[in-house]
Write a protein that binds this ligand. Structure first.
Ligand SMILES: [Zn+2]
Length: 81
């Protein structure tokens, strides 16, 4: 209860900085975070589209198996084998 509240506060804090300007936001397909296209830690092109990542680790995971993350994002269904 209390822990959950704290987590919410922390999450808002880290995302509170809203950069002014026309920074477009993209969604990191790996972790689902909103990523500012100008501030993305890494980008990757796949299927003629550019994807933005919050961290290099996310890009690496995406490059390994792009389909997996793209399918997951649309179906919101997660199944591990
Ligand atoms: Zn990420």
């Amino acid at each position: 209860m209390a822990g959950r509240f704290r987590r919410l506060l922390f999450g808002e804090r880290s995302g509170a900085k809203t950069p002014k300007g026309s920074g477009r936001m993209a969604t990191d397909p790996v972790c689902g975070m909103d990523v500012d296209e100008d501030r993305a830690a890494a980008t990757s092109e796949y299927g003629g589209k550019t994807y933005y990542f919050c961290a290099v680790g996310c890009k690496k995971a995406f490059d390994k198996d792009p389909e997996r993350y793209l399918n997951e994002a649309t179906s919101m269904h997660r199944s591990e084998h």
